[in-house]
Design a protein around this ligand. Structure first.
Ligand SMILES: [Zn+2]
Length: 53
């Protein structure tokens, strides 16, 4: 299974093109655990931190 990521939307997909914006997707950097949960949580925390600071 090859998972890919849309560089614009930041979503993960198995397809060559993003289902949201249609951009060509690319393999995310080092693929280790569950990328969707891991990066989803990281992005939420980063976003909250930016708002609060
Ligand atoms: Zn997209």
């Amino acid at each position: 299974m090859k998972i890919k990521k849309c560089p614009k939307c930041g979503i993960y997909t198995l397809k060559d093109n993003c289902r949201i914006c249609g951009s060509a997707t690319a393999s995310p950097h080092p693929l280790r655990f569950s990328p969707e949960d891991r990066w989803g949580e990281w992005r939420r925390k980063a976003k909250m931190k930016n708002i609060r600071d």
